[in-house]
Design a protein around this ligand. Structure first.
Ligand SMILES: Nc1nc2c(ncn2[C@@H]2O[C@H](COP(=O)(O)OP(=O)(O)O)[C@@H](O)[C@H]2O)c(=O)[nH]1
Ligand SMILES: [Mg+2]
Length: 266
């Protein structure tokens, strides 16, 4: 019998991962958060999208960038909304050939220790949600009744109107397959603010994307204050309602959002 030389099984090609953080007044959170992300995703690049934060977050982001080549910063001239900031990260990931885009809030509400389980779920899914509402997930510490009701309400509303099957549709702790994002017409995204989270899931599902959830324990922000306000909530409800309406009428589409993505990159 001929002894064939042993050929090792092909090792999987490492994925190019981009972690994104939208920041508005997160000056005390940014550096420790970037360090924690590095611990759990040492291979990842980091993109910070800052909207000219009055507290100097953008300057701290530039200092990080100067010290660490894996850090990128997009500066936008003013507060343009969490949705368009995340959209800017999606465009960056597509244009720069990343495989996965993983997003967290920049306030430690999304503990970086859950990053590996989001990445692991990408073997079977095109979007992984870090979820408070699947078995094993939840909220640690005080989460006021008002916020609990708001979160439960918006999730119920989005599931009903947009036909989403996932449980946590309002959280931003997610990993996206960039090739799935590249298939979408991101110009159709209507949301500028918080309803972006529900809307992008809708579009990913429309494109046949598989959406999975992995439990996370959400924490209250470490420093600074929330940027959500009544206007953001009302606008989010209106956009989801309009999208749901158009979905039932079979006419999903909308305005182009490209003009809101403008910004300078360092
Ligand atoms: N660049 C940018 N980031 C934003 C904007 N609004 C909120 N963020 C960031 O989005 C994340 C979630 O916002 P947060 O205020 O914590 O919302 P909450 O968790 O719903 O209370 C944080 O990292 C914020 O700094 C915005 O208009 N522009
Ligand atoms: Mg927060």
């Amino acid at each position: 019998m001929i002894d064939l030389p042993h050929t090792p099984p092909p090792s999987p090609i490492p994925k190019r991962i981009l972690v994104s953080l939208a920041t508005y007044n997160e000056v005390d959170n940014l550096v420790p958060l970037a360090e924690a992300i590095r611990l759990y995703a040492p291979q990842a690049s980091l993109l910070i999208i800052d909207d000219n934060s009055p507290d100097g977050t953008g300057r701290v982001a530039d200092e990080l960038r100067a010290r660490q080549p894996h850090v990128h910063v997009i500066h936008r001239p003013k507060k343009l909304g969490l949705g368009t900031a995340t959209l800017a990260a999606m465009h960056f990931a597509i244009e720069n050939g990343f495989d996965y885009l993983l997003n967290l809030d920049a306030d430690f509400s999304h503990p970086p220790r859950f990053i590996p389980s989001l990445l692991a779920g990408m073997n079977e899914n095109d979007v992984m949600i870090g979820s408070r509402y699947v078995a094993g997930g939840g909220v640690e510490g005080e989460f006021g009744l008002k916020r609990k009701l708001m979160s439960a309400g918006i999730n119920w509303y989005a599931r009903l109107l947009l036909g989403l099957q996932s449980k946590d549709n309002s959280g931003a702790f997610r990993c996206y397959r960039v090739s799935t994002l590249a298939q979408l017409d991101l110009g159709l995204v209507r949301s500028r603010g918080y309803s972006f989270m529900e809307e992008i899931l809708f579009w990913c599902r429309q494109a046949g994307g598989r959406i999975g959830e992995t439990p996370i324990l959400f924490e209250n922000r470490r420093s600074g204050v929330s940027k959500i306000n009544k206007l953001e909530v009302v606008t989010a409800l209106r956009i989801i309602l309009q999208l749901g309406f158009d979905r039932f009428l079979g006419r999903v589409g909308g305005r182009n959002s490209a003009s809101l993505l403008s910004g300078t990159q360092s």
